[in-house]
Design a protein around this ligand. Sequence first.
Ligand SMILES: Cc1cc2nc3c(=O)[nH]c(=O)nc-3n(C[C@H](O)[C@H](O)[C@H](O)COP(=O)(O)O)c2cc1C
Length: 142
Amino acid sequence: MAKIYHLLYTSRMNEVMTPHQLSTLVKSSAIRNEKSHLTGFLMEREGYFMQLLEGEEDTVLTTFTRIEVDPRHDDVLILADAHSDARLLPDWHMAEIEWTEGMLHSEELLALFERSREALPFNQPGEILRLIERFCAAAHKK
Ligand SMILES: Cc1cc2nc3c(=O)[nH]c(=O)nc-3n(C[C@H](O)[C@H](O)[C@H](O)COP(=O)(O)O)c2cc1C
């Protein structure tokens, strides 16, 4: 099986986006991502984004290069990247995940989110990937 490349980043929103603008962004991303065989999620919390992109490495990086220069956000910070044999969200070309405090293992993800704002380096991509894996499994059950 081809290796799946996962890229997780956070960024800061440059302008206030309404829930409608956000879901429009997610929907248009999903249409483009489907054509490129990309999957993942986009989450917003208190003016920060966290996004997971997964697929063929070159495709993920090409898309990420485009996303990175999008004026709707800045301070783009890669939290983790890793290869694995399987997608975490095979059915979602871009899932809009709404943050809920009660989400399983959310404290860990919240901690990751908070730490990313301080731009701390992450040296254990495997560990982060497992955390995101659990988070995706929990989000999937909603
Ligand atoms: C937070 C954020 C996440 C985005 N995610 C995606 C994505 O997953 N896929 C995608 O094609 N575009 C995504 N975009 C939109 C791209 O930045 C870009 O606007 C879009 O791909 C169109 O590119 P173009 O104007 O160069 O044709 C995202 C933008 C933002 C601000």
